[in-house]
Design a protein around this ligand. Structure first.
Ligand code: GLC
Length: 541
């Protein structure tokens, strides 16, 4: 299926391009920039929530599921954007927030005012706020509890995120019906699927941690059945920030499938951990702990996204270590994570950036790239919450980085925009932008990298990670020196009589790029942070 081999781009409409000079990005602006997205070589776009919202959680608090936020334009603009993306061969996946609404949603407004309202039962209420004590608090830095007392309602209501995001009551079949209606509405407009937000939390049950409950899975199976019957070829992507064995049930079974794609959360911090430690162990361990997928399913891999770099799926000790290593300023921490952008995390070191991308793009899964990371955009830790990583896209060195003509933009443009912008990087063959295009092109031309099986290759050195991806007789050997030091490999690691082409250095072979040490026994010498994708010449297959 298309989504199994696709590369995705995470697009934040507010940040991308302002077409009407109000300082906020919109769909018309994003249409102007579709050529840029297409030029990267990606296949699909995921857009962050575009619905009307009071923006207490940047759109993840929806007040009308059938509309478009007025900042972003109209439903017509949305449709034009969708059509323009499709004309370029780009699929569009939208966010759907099933777990909760905004407290400004008319359902909640009606529910809190009248116990007898049919909408009262759309939400989860309590007289004491004492139920479900085993459910953890997710927004730890701001929320004291998962229950908040509402004066108007005279009761507590349940919320897993901000208090302005009351959870819907999935024990009420009406809520199911509403959600099905909403999903069909957008599927009928032609969207290619959904990234379903925060799916583990749909149901609550006493005595449990209220995550991953069987009832939640049954609802998700119902959603998938609807998609399979009425909208085949669209995709359902799960945001379930859980361990691989707990995510697996979200794919469902062949008899009762759920999601086509699930984010692989635990691999992400381990890529950063491995790079910082110069040790492949965290990557090898988590991939060994990742169960095989049912047919037709896929992982989604990512380095960064619009949220903090979450450290929920590591041990406490590892989390402390990651904080020590990656948050020299305490403002860089948020909840259980790190609120910095990719380039900053990598010390703006292009060697690390290239290595990490080569690695990430050669792992099993459908990769997704967060807007701005294709040019190594920086962040702004002065801004609160996760906004430091959601600043305007930097197009050129003109006013507001070419994002907007307005006097003021929704968030300040990063100070580095004159050095870091798309226009500047277009001209430089060695820029982040052009390197990413090259990496994506290379991945797209090698089926083994997109869908091959992964087999570890022993290197005898914990700093050197190696594996093959194999697909229908074709293989690529991926080899990475994760450390900032020169490392050596035994001379017989690669049979020198066989010319292996280095796909990451076109026109060159392995032998062109590694030094043979003169000492006996002979060894291959790998430069700090060196990356290779080695393959036989295609005709030799
Ligand atoms: C998801 C989103 C995050 C949002 C939360 C609540 O984790 O990625 O941005 O705040 O759900 O909807």
């Amino acid at each position: 299926m298309w989504y199994q081999t696709a590369v995705f781009y995470e697009l934040y409409i507010r940040a991308y391009k302002d077409s009407n000079g109000d300082g906020r990005g919109d769909f018309r602006g994003a249409i102007e920039k579709l050529d840029h997205i297409q030029s990267l070589g990606v296949n699909a776009i995921w857009i962050l929530p575009h619905y009307p919202s009071p923006l207490q959680d940047d759109g993840y608090d929806i007040s009308d599921y059938y509309g478009v936020h007025p900042d972003y334009g109209s439903l017509d603009d949305f449709q034009t954007f969708l059509d323009a993306a499709h004309q370029r061969g780009l699929k569009v996946v939208i966010d759907i927030v099933l777990n909760h609404t905004s407290d400004q949603h008319p359902w909640f407004q009606a529910a809190r005012r009248d116990k007898k309202s049919p909408y009262r039962d759309y939400y989860v209420w309590s007289d004491t706020g004492a139920e479900y004590p085993d459910a953890r608090i997710i927004f730890l830095d701001t929320e004291p509890a998962n229950w908040t007392y509402d004066e108007l309602a005279g009761q507590y209501y349940w919320h897993r995120f901000y208090a302005s995001q009351p959870d819907l009551n999935y024990d009420n079949p009406q809520v199911h019906a509403e959600m099905f209606r909403i999903m069909r509405f957008w599927l009928d407009l032609g969207v290619d699927g959904f990234r379903a937000d925060a799916v583990p939390y749909l149901y609550e049950r006493e005595g449990t941690n209220c995550e991953n409950l069987p009832e939640t899975h049954r609802f998700l199976q119902k959603v998938r059945r609807m998609m399979d019957v009425e909208y085949p070829d669209r995709v359902l992507i799960a945001e379930a920030n859980q361990w691989p064995e707990d995510v697996l049930p979200y794919f469902g079974t062949p008899a009762a499938p759920e999601f086509h794609v699930c984010f692989h959360f635990p691999i992400m911090p381990r890529l950063f951990m491995a790079l910082k430690k110069g040790d492949k162990t965290p990557i090898v361990d988590i991939l060994n702990r990742t169960p095989p997928l049912p047919p037709g399913a896929q992982w989604m891999t990512f380095l960064r996204n619009h949220d903090e770099l979450t450290l929920e799926m590591v041990t406490e000790e590892e989390r402390e270590w990651m904080w020590q290593q990656y948050t020299p300023d305490p403002r860089m921490r948020l909840n259980l994570g790190i609120r910095r952008r990719l380039a900053s995390l990598l010390d703006n070191d292009k060697r690390k950036w290239f290595l990490l991308h080569a690695l990430f793009l050669s792992l099993p899964g459908a990769p997704i790239i967060y807007y701005g990371d294709e040019i190594g955009m920086g962040d702004n830790i002065q801004l609160p919450d996760r906004y430091g990583c959601r600043t305007p896209m930097q197009w050129d060195d003109g006013r507001n980085a070419g994002f907007s003509h307005a006097a003021e933009t929704y968030l300040p443009v990063n100070a580095d925009y004159q050095q870091i912008n798309v226009a500047e990087q277009e001209a430089d063959p060695d820029s982040y932008l052009n390197l990413l295009r090259f990496l994506l092109r290379t991945r797209q031309s090698e089926a083994a990298l997109r869908q091959g099986d992964l087999d570890w290759v022993e290197t005898g050195d914990t700093a050197v990670l190696a594996y093959t991806r194999r697909w229908q007789g074709r293989w690529v050997l991926c080899l990475y020196n994760l450390s900032g030091e020169t490392r050596t490999l035994p001379g017989d690691f690669i049979n020198a009589s066989q010319p292996l082409h280095d796909l990451l250095h076109p026109g060159q072979t392995w032998q062109d790029n590694v030094r043979v040490c003169s000492n006996e026994p002979r060894e291959w010498e790998l430069a700090p942070f060196a990356a290779f994708w080695l393959a036989k010449e295609k005709s030799a297959d």
